[in-house]
Design a protein around this ligand. Sequence first.
Ligand code: 10G
Ligand code: SF4
Length: 316
Amino acid sequence: MTKPALTLYLAAPRGFCAGVDRAIKIVEMALEKWGAPVYVRHEIVHNKFVVDSLREKGAVFVEELSDCPDDRPVIFSAHGVPKLVPAEAERRNMVYVDATCPLVSKVHIEAERHSENGLQIIMIGHAGHPETIGTMGQLPDGEVLLVETEADVETIEVRDPSKLAFVTQTTLSVDDTIGIVAALKARFPEIVGPHKEDICYATTNRQEAVKEVAPKVDAILVVGAPNSSNSRRLVEVGAKNGCAYSQLVQRAEDIDWRALEGIRAIGITAGASAPEVLVNEVIDAFRDRFDVTVEIVETAVERVNFKVPRVLRETA
Ligand code: 10G
Ligand code: SF4
């Protein structure tokens, strides 16, 4: 039986960003240097496949530092941690490596600098997300106020409207954040902040590529995990930019083939924590059912690379 023709538009850039690449390397190098077990506080990045692979090599994933013994190394996830976490590790004389992405650390430093200058901080982010908890946790309770939506901007109570700064989570929707920043500037004209926001290059580029793909296709699949904020934003960007069927899949087995019956063009991308092997698995699943022509939709070329911390570069 002949297979139906399908054009598969593959977004580029997609998948691993420099911060994820570095964080995974940190766990692998820590295992080489210190042997198993190495503890990791929170999923190193939000991807089950990545976490399971590292677990097989001897990493032990826990949610809190109190779940780690004093005498084994611990790594903090790429999303960042509140200040009290490394402070507690030091108090316990633990060996720790901070895998926080340098672009998240930059936001931490920004928040601290504004606070030192007497400004109260407003963070645009998602409540309960580890990056938001980590960034807010750079300063004492109450110094950072969280806003998630434009509506929140109208109701927050600030100490002094003339002494405010804002920072953002790095993985937000670029378009939604423009609206929130505009609302902040309208209500608090003196608020200071970064030139645009703190959304990182990888988030911006992946969303841009989806915008280019969305109008060309009947459906978009984003390879990524349900707890991956940046991956979920890619699903929303697809839906808001002309593709009614935009879905998250962790792997090929999640694809709802009945919903895709009769399609002629599919868009595929992957969140910043999703490995390329899973993208290939999804593409292969399409090849099994369709006569696939792959078209790459490249909207940016990324050359960002972050070094791992010195302690891991030194030989044991
Ligand atoms: O998109 P989120 O923040 O949920 O994380 P992720 O692990 O899915 O992707 C990598 C992004 C970060 C480490 C946050 S800066
Ligand atoms: Fe760093 Fe951006 Fe990747 Fe987060 S999504 S780890 S900020 S490069």
